[in-house]
Design a protein around this ligand. Sequence first.
Ligand SMILES: [Zn+2]
Length: 156
Amino acid sequence: MSPENREKNDEQNLAIEKIQEGIVIDHIKAGSGMALYKHLELDKLDCSVAIIKNARSQRMGKKDIIKINKILDIDWDVIGFIDCNVTVNLIHDGKSEKKNITLPQEVRNVIVCKNPRCITSIEQGIEQVFKLADPVHHIYRCIYCEQKYEPKYQKK
Ligand SMILES: [Zn+2]
């Protein structure tokens, strides 16, 4: 059995129906699936959403997968921000089409600045904006106070 088939077989063992229409976010770094779920606010959807944690992956060892049983407008920047190495497939009529995910230049109202002296901590109603400061190390900084964002779920 080829590695790819074995990977597919593993997913079938989890008895997850093949999606005819929807979005599959694959190759999520193991442990980041829940963070992605939360940031994408998938809990607010009324369609079925599956999170598979620690699925076996030939390429990564372990990975998380999210399957959404509906095509919807997702904030792709949020996905890129949390894990730009994921594979996203949009499935329409049983045919899948790959969507490119890149590291966004900035994220708005996704994360909150932790600096107590930052204007966003002092005044209310200010947008939380972080800009990509270092694309190699995926470092984002608050545009107001330059505070670096330290993700909890990314081990460096
Ligand atoms: Zn700040």
